[in-house]
Design a binder for this molecule. Structure first.
Ligand code: SF4
Length: 220
C-alpha cells in the first residue's frame, strides 16, 4: 500500500523542477511526523539489514502534535476553529537517520520526507517554495496515510519508533504518554477550487492500482 501511494505520488510530482539535490539535507530534522505504518516500514527495513534503531532522543512535549491532519480537516470542513499550534513547533536537531548528509533509510523514508522539497534552494533562502497544488496534494496524501493506518497512531518519528520498539520488546506503552495521537478517518479532503481535477486524477490512479479502496472516491 505505501509503495503504491509513494509510486503514484512520485509520478505526479516528477515534472516539478525541484532544487533538491543528493547531499542536501537541510530539511532532515527531528520534526518529521509519521504514522505507525510508516514506522513499521522503517523498523522492518532496519531488521532486514540487521541494523538496530539508532538512539532516539526524547524531545519532550515539543514533539507532541496538537491534532492529526484528519482532525484538522474535520475542523476546517465543519467551520470550527482549530487549536493554535505551539509557538515554534519546528525541531531543528538533525534526523537520527542522517549520516554524512545522507539518509540511511532512504528506500523507506516516510511521506513527510518525500513531500519536503523546494523549487528554490532552502539553504539560500531559509524557506521552501512549492507550487500551491502540491501543498494540496501533500495534504491529501497525509490524510490518506492517516486513514489507511486504521487503529494506528501518528506523531513525531522519534516517538513513533520508540513506541514500536517498546511494543516489539513485549511492553505495552500507553500511546498518549508516548505523545502519539490516534489516527482518524478522512472526513473529506481540503481541495481549493481549481484543484479538484488533479486530486481526482490522483485518487483514481490509486484506486486503479489497487492502492486505495473505491469508497475513498466519495470523500471530497
Ligand atoms: S528519514 Fe531520511 S529523508 Fe527523512 S528526515 Fe531522516 S534522514 Fe532525512
Amino acid at each position: 500500500m505505501l509503495t503504491k501511494i509513494y509510486g503514484i505520488y512520485q509520478k505526479e510530482v516528477a515534472a516539478i523542477p525541484f532544487a533538491c539535490r543528493e547531499g542536501c539535507a537541510a530539511c532532515c530534522t527531528q520534526s518529521v511526523t509519521i504514522t505507525t505504518v510508516e514506522g513499521r516500514a522503517i523498523t522492518a527495513f532496519l531488521a532486514g539489514q540487521e541494523r538496530k534503531l539508532p538512539p532516539l532522543p526524547d524531545l519532550g512535549e515539543r514533539a507532541r502534535p496538537i491534532m492529526t491532519t484528519n482532525e484538522l480537516a474535520a475542523d476546517c470542513l465543519a467551520g470550527r476553529e482549530s487549536e493554535p499550534e505551539a509557538e515554534s513547533p519546528w525541531i531543528y536537531e538533525p534526523c537520527v537517520f542522517l549520516r554524512n548528509e545522507r539518509c540511511t533509510v532512504y528506500p523507506v523514508r516516510p511521506f513527510g520526507c518525500r513531500s519536503f522539497g523546494s523549487t528554490r534552494s532552502c539553504l539560500d533562502q531559509g524557506i521552501a517554495e512549492v507550487p500551491e497544488w502540491l501543498v494540496t496534494l501533500n495534504s491529501v496524501v497525509n490524510q490518506l496515510l492517516e486513514d489507511l493506518d486504521r487503529k494506528g497512531f501518528w506523531g513525531n518519528m522519534n516517538d513513533v519508533l520508540a513506541y514500536l520498539d517498546k511494543l516489539a520488546g513485549g511492553r505495552r506503552p500507553e500511546p498518549g504518554k508516548a505523545r502519539l495521537l490516534p489516527t482518524r478517518q478522512v472526513p473529506g479532503f481540503l481541495v481549493p477550487p481549481g484543484e479538484e481535477r488533479m486530486v481526482n486524477r490522483f485518487l483514481e490512479e490509486l484506486v486503479r492500482s489497487g492502492g486505495l479502496p473505491r469508497d475513498f472516491m466519495g470523500c471530497k
